[in-house]
Design a protein around this ligand. Structure first.
Ligand code: URA
Length: 244
């Protein structure tokens, strides 16, 4: 069971900044169950304690989980000075949500948004080998040589990137020879920076469109359009924990 600091809980619930809520607490404006409290660092249990701001009951579930179809043009970060973040698409008062992993600004598709650090850690840890499946349109004709090269593990770059683990590359449909385009699906178990783009670069081809369609046990629902999101169902959440 996760315990929360009272001031963090109130700030995450959107009551005010950390400084403002500390002030409310000091002024006696916050009640935990039947008691007015004046300690900002008091530990509360969101599942059993009832918190009041004046007469307003604060209901903030301990954890929230959203599946988002990330549109192009949004940054997978909690803050950015140059472009809107994926969090700006989520209508929630809470302030502790974050995207689990990153998709590039021009990538679309499945992104999990939560405030549960333990689940995020499990899903992102290389030890857990969580599958990520992408659909991509590639400039160039993808053939058996590429499929074999992906299977073997590609040299994808410098410094920390080095060799990519073996990945499964499949043709999604026949290449369009007149347009010099291939339509593929690729499964990886890592999330290195620009991983898919670098893998194709390593075989002399270019990703022109990228969408993540599966992440662990989650699949991008057909009816979730770019920019749309919804809460995970209990079943989806259960299978994600089991998977990770
Ligand atoms: N690989 C990439 O190159 N970009 C992404 O956004 C995700 C995986």
């Amino acid at each position: 069971m996760s315990l929360y600091r009272l001031d963090k809980y109130l700030a995450d619930a959107g009551i005010g900044t950390r400084k403002e809520v500390k002030h409310y607490i000091k002024k006696g404006g916050i009640r935990v169950n039947d008691t007015i409290v004046c300690k900002s660092d008091l530990k509360i249990n969101p599942e059993t304690d009832i918190i009041y701001y004046g007469n307003q009951k604060i209901c903030l579930p301990a954890f929230e989980y959203y599946i988002l179809n990330k549109p192009a043009g949004y940054v997978s970060a909690t803050k950015d000075n140059t472009a809107p973040t994926v969090l700006s698409l989520i209508d929630s008062r809470r302030k502790d949500l974050f995207p689990v992993g990153r998709l590039d600004k021009d990538t679309e598709g499945l992104l999990l948004i939560t405030n549960n650090g333990e689940l995020a850690h499990r899903l992102l840890s290389p030890k857990h080998h969580v599958n990520k499946i992408y659909y991509a349109i590639i400039e160039g004709i993808v053939d058996e040589t590429d499929i074999t090269a992906f299977q073997k593990g590609l040299e994808i770059g410098d410094e920390d990137l080095k060799t990519a683990l073996p990945a499964e590359l499949k043709l999604y449909q026949k290449p369009d020879f007149s347009k010099n385009l291939s339509y593929i699906e690729v499964t990886v178990q890592e999330g290195k920076f620009h991983q898919i783009k670098r893998m194709f670069q390593a075989v002399g081809k270019k990703v022109v469109y990228l969408r993540r369609i599966h992440f662990g046990s989650l699949s991008l629902p057909d009816d979730l359009l770019p920019g749309d999101y919804r809460k995970l169902t209990d079943e989806e959440l259960k299978s994600l924990w089991e998977y990770s």
